[in-house]
Design a protein. Structure first.
Length: 117
């Protein structure tokens, strides 16, 4: 989804986010949390002093993209977790790439979650 040390969404990632965003437009959600993650490689740049800022920038980039696709901004929240919740061990290039990700947490609206009687 992201290159190392970068918050720009790769083209393949945009494709999947668009597909997900199109589905959300009719899903009746209350909130969508976009959770950004990084690998454990230390970062210290003028733009991203740590992996906390980098992971938050990743989730913010996805929020901006979803808004561009027509998702209501009031439904979206950006969260950054840095490297604190890895899904892989960070010992190889491939495993670090798996940790540079975003995750979606969907909170359904009460109306959408309640079955019709």
């Amino acid at each position: 989804m992201f290159n190392s040390g970068d918050a720009a969404i790769q083209k393949n990632g945009e494709k999947w986010i668009k597909l997900f965003g199109d589905t959300l437009k009719t899903a009746g959600i209350k909130e969508l949390r976009i959770e950004g993650h990084s690998d454990s490689s230390p970062i210290q740049s003028k733009v991203y002093p740590s992996n906390w800022e980098l992971s938050a920038a990743r989730s913010s980039a996805v929020v901006r993209y979803l808004v561009k696709l027509g998702i209501e901004p009031k439904l979206l929240a950006a969260v950054g977790y840095a490297d604190s919740r890895p899904v892989a061990d960070n010992k190889s290039k491939e495993s670090r790439a798996k940790n540079r990700r975003i995750e979606f947490t969907v909170v359904p609206s009460i109306a959408a979650a309640t079955p019709a009687i």
